[in-house]
Design a protein around this ligand. Structure first.
Ligand code: 6PG
Length: 265
């Protein structure tokens, strides 16, 4: 684990520009991985922030659909709600409607978390699928090529919510997390799995997150209260894409709309 974390952030004027930036990054990172190893395994978050980027990736009138090596993509989720796949709250359903129904991805390239099952069972089945698909042995962790995260106004990411058990889960790859503040349980990748990815980025939009963005990425280390601080990629690099509203309390960016933060632990 690097003691230093180099955070590179990019600020876009609005959510439309942010979605374009995210679509471009997905396309670049997937294409790089495929060029390197002939496939790309990525894990995506749900919520609202990534939806517009997924729609751009699927849009035949945009440049990215034609560029993406869809047949080489293995798609996983970072987390899922404990609802059926066709439920309005399902991260899988959001991704299917915004992206998967429009692009040439075969069903066996798509690995959803089974939100319809008991979360402990769903977590165990997903972990077994990861172990099988990544051919893991012993305590090995899957190395995703790209993991996309969002951040809630409370500083959560994935389904790692403040003061919940999953914050302390360091041995399992996937866990069921009891989230009393939402009166629900979630299925989530654990933070060591996320940190093991080749590339990890946050996609954060909205003024309601500006205070937390500053606390998480510039404030004291307090992951119980700010679980997004658990994200400290083993590469020593973390990328943030934000809209202007969410980045309001970060240091001003350079002429190209980017900046750097260094964290030490
Ligand atoms: C989920 C996500 C979650 C999300 C944040 C931010 O299941 O909801 O995985 O971690 O990324 O809650 O959500 P928004 O993008 O909607 O702000």
């Amino acid at each position: 684990m690097h003691r230093k974390l180099h955070i590179k952030y990019y600020v876009e004027p609005d959510t439309a520009a942010l979605a374009r930036r995210a679509a471009q990054y997905f396309s670049e990172m997937v294409s790089e991985a495929v060029a390197d190893q002939n496939w790309a395994s990525i894990a995506i978050s749900g919520g609202s922030s990534p939806k517009a980027a997924f729609q751009l990736l699927a849009d035949p009138n945009q440049p990215w659909r034609a560029r993406m090596p869809w047949d080489k993509l293995n798609l996983y989720w970072v987390d899922e709600r404990t609802v059926p796949a066709d439920h309005p709250d399902s991260n899988y359903r959001m991704t299917r409607e915004a992206l998967l129904d429009q692009v040439p991805v075969h069903w066996d390239q798509v690995h959803r978390m089974e939100g319809e099952l008991d979360p402990e069972i769903a977590a165990a089945r997903y972990e077994a699928e990861l172990r099988n698909n990544f051919r893991l042995e012993g305590a090995e962790s899957p190395r995703f090529d790209l993991i996309s995260l969002g951040m809630g106004p409370d500083g959560h990411c994935a389904s790692l919510f403040p003061h919940t058990e999953a914050i302390h889960e360091m041995t399992r790859l996937v866990t069921a997390n009891n989230v009393p503040q939402l009166n629900t349980r979630r299925i989530t990748l654990t933070w060591p799995v996320i940190n093991h990815a080749r590339s990890v980025f946050f996609l954060i939009a909205g003024a309601d997150k500006a205070d937390r963005v500053r606390e998480v990425f510039m404030g004291p280390h307090d992951p119980e209260r700010l679980p997004s601080q658990l994200i400290w990629p083993s590469s020593g690099i973390l990328t943030l894409f934000l809209d202007k509203a969410a980045a309001a309390h970060l240091p001003a960016t350079d002429g190209e709309g980017s900046g750097v933060l260094e964290r030490q632990r």
